[in-house]
Design a protein around this ligand. Structure first.
Ligand SMILES: Nc1ncnc2c1ncn2[C@@H]1O[C@H](COP(=O)(O)OP(=O)(O)OP(=O)(O)O)[C@@H](O)[C@H]1O
Length: 575
């Protein structure tokens, strides 16, 4: 919690606290004046005195109102600013997570951390900046002033205060663990809901709506059950405190009445004493609220700190090498590259070696799970190699700034992702300054110009979130065009032609060959027909390169390649 609070402006927090101090002092002063008005004004009929003291009380009340407003303003502003800071810190941290770390946290949990957990801390900080100072000053001040009004009556507190401590302690004992578990249950609801939203088509296709509804209901019920339980416990606080307050009132009036009858106490003093007694009990209530809220915020702070304290997996070298655009002599080299996923027992890639030169096409083929995606993800440093090195244009990519490296790589991931907006905006993702003509050129190479030009709004056609209003093949072609706009040294196509029909696939490869004479193309494919013309074909099996060469060479001497090729093509297609 302290680490989180440190992100707050100390000066602004101090101003909020100072305002609150003024308010408490003003509030403490008022009962004393009431006592004076009753005993010296009302009892003696001194109207002037009542007006004078009444006027002073009015001024004190106005000061109290201004101080309360000042405190509320600064407390709200600072806690909101803290919330904004935490949200952007978590976002920036998560943005730099490696792909497997993303998987480990899960999108739902990261979203809960930036919303629910941050809100929790914001709320507590806002309250804390009010109560942190109000409760202790009020408690001490009211105790002292009550003692001043009448020392004998303070004995009532020897009974009342232990009762309050027992009541508050019992409530906290049961409520605090439940507050903690509520956070986890919120995570669970978000996770189930998100999974159901993203998998809605599969759920419907498998007629699993009822099963999923039940799964969501279960998470929802579980959360509601805990929330009701914890709120019921906390709700006991009010009636219990009211009972104790009423009891205190009766006690003071009982004993006070006797002292008044014995002429040991004045009516005004007793009324002031009752007010101070109530302030003491309210202070205890405030303190108990702090004690309930702080552990709850602590749970949220722990979850936020967990993200913020994650080590950066992929960091820029302190003395980065400059790497410039040099398509004409671009080279890509894997030198004894090994890679293991965090927490995995085995290497996902084992001792991978190859070198490609400008203008060459490198194809990667292999069974599912053989390591193809892992292989290409290493090129723009979406993962860091475990050992060995990858060199781009002669520079070890670990010594190059990630930004510079990624400027040189045009990347089309396995799952084509488009962003909500227009086709033009999506194309500009590749390069902001791109001209209309360059966009059409890229669309033409990607075989997407046909369907885009037929759309009524052309480049300004609307794209839904994730590109949901386009077919799989159209999405892939738009994602390819977006990468081509980058004018990169290396283009990576991770199984990007899989949703295309054979004819479009062939046209696209031909256009790439013709237009990109200098860039290196790395193509992951399942279809042998897609990669037959590649200059270097790497055959992957369980993370190992088990074959390297051209289609012709591999067909002659590589068993794994032969198996893949013969399973897909007729004998006459293979030559
Ligand atoms: N985030 C991860 N954490 C741990 N292991 C992983 C992770 N991602 C992939 N793997 C493992 O690494 C191996 C290679 O996976 P990869 O996705 O690179 O295969 P692939 O050849 O691209 O498969 P496909 O053709 O099915 O897309 C697999 O055994 C997979 O289980």
């Amino acid at each position: 919690m302290i680490k989180v609070v440190k992100k707050m402006s100390f000066t602004a927090a101090l101003i909020a606290v100072a305002f609150m101090a003024f308010q408490v002092i003003a509030d403490l002063y008022l009962p004393n004046m009431t006592s004076k008005i009753i005993d010296n004004g009302v009892a003696t009929g001194d109207i002037d005195y009542i007006w004078r003291i009444g006027g002073v009380m009015m001024v004190i009340s106005v000061i109290s109102i201004i101080a309360a407003f000042g405190n509320a303003f600064f407390a709200t502003r600072e806690s909101q600013r803290l919330g904004r800071k935490l949200r952007s810190d978590v976002y920036e941290k998560a943005e730099n997570f490696s792909i497997d770390k993303f998987g480990r946290y899960g999108a739902a949990s990261l979203i809960t951390r930036t919303t629910n957990d941050v809100n929790q801390i914001q709320r507590v900080m806002q309250m804390f900046l009010r109560l942190m100072i109000q409760a202790p000053i009020m408690l001490l001040g009211a105790s002292f002033l009550a003692y001043q009004q009448d020392a004998q009556l303070t004995r009532v507190f020897f009974v009342v205060i232990p009762l309050v401590i027992i009541a508050v302690g019992a409530i906290m004992y049961f409520a605090v663990p439940l507050f903690r578990s509520m956070q986890k249950k919120t995570d669970r609801i978000n996770l189930v809901f998100r999974e159901e939203l993203t998998g809605v088509r599969v759920i419907r296709a498998f007629n699993k709506e009822n099963y999923e509804t039940e799964r969501f209901d279960e998470a929802n019920r579980d959360f509601t059950h805990t929330a009701i339980k914890v709120n019921t416990i906390v709700a006991l606080m009010m009636p219990l405190m009211t009972l104790i307050m009423s009891g205190t009132n009766i006690g003071i009036t009982w004993f006070g009445g006797q002292y008044i009858a014995d002429m040991q106490l004045q009516v005004g003093n007793m009324i002031a004493f009752i007010t101070y007694a109530m302030q003491i009990l309210i202070s205890f209530m405030m303190l108990s609220m702090i004690f309930v809220m702080v552990p709850r915020a602590q749970a949220s702070a722990d979850r936020i700190n967990e993200v913020l304290e994650e080590a950066d997996d992929i960091v820029d070298s302190p003395q980065p090498e400059n790497i410039s655009l040099s398509q004409a002599d671009a080279t890509l080299e894997f030198d004894h590259v090994n890679f293991r996923y965090a927490d995995a027992d085995n290497l996902a890639l084992k001792d991978v070696n190859f070198k490609a030169n400008a203008g060459q096409t490198v194809a990667i083929i292999g069974g599912t799970g053989s390591g193809k995606t892992t292989f290409v993800n290493l090129i723009p440093r979406l993962h860091e190699v475990t050992s060995g090195s990858i060199r781009l244009n002669g520079h070890d990519i670990q010594n190059v700034r990630q930004y510079d490296l990624r400027e040189l790589v045009g990347f089309v991931p396995q799952k084509a992702v488009l962003f909500r907006g227009t086709i033009r905006e999506n194309m500009r993702y590749g390069h902001q300054e791109v001209t209309e003509q360059q966009i059409w050129d890229a669309l033409e190479i990607a075989q997407a110009d046909g369907f885009v030009s037929q759309m009524p709004d052309g480049l300004d056609s609307h794209v839904e979130q994730g590109g949901g209003n386009f077919s799989g093949g159209q999405r892939q072609r738009l994602a390819i065009a977006r990468a081509l706009i980058k004018n990169a040294d290396i283009y990576v196509f991770d199984d990007s032609f899989s949703a295309l029909d054979f004819k479009t696939d062939a046209n696209l490869r031909q256009a790439l060959q013709k237009e990109m004479t200098t860039a290196i193309r790395v193509i992951v494919a399942q279809r042998v027909s897609t990669i037959m013309d590649a200059d270097i074909i790497l055959v992957l099996d369980a993370g190992k390169v088990v074959g390297k060469g051209t289609h012709k060479e591999l067909l002659e001497n590589n068993e794994t390649y032969q198996e893949i090729a013969y399973s897909q093509l007729r004998e006459e297609d293979l030559t």
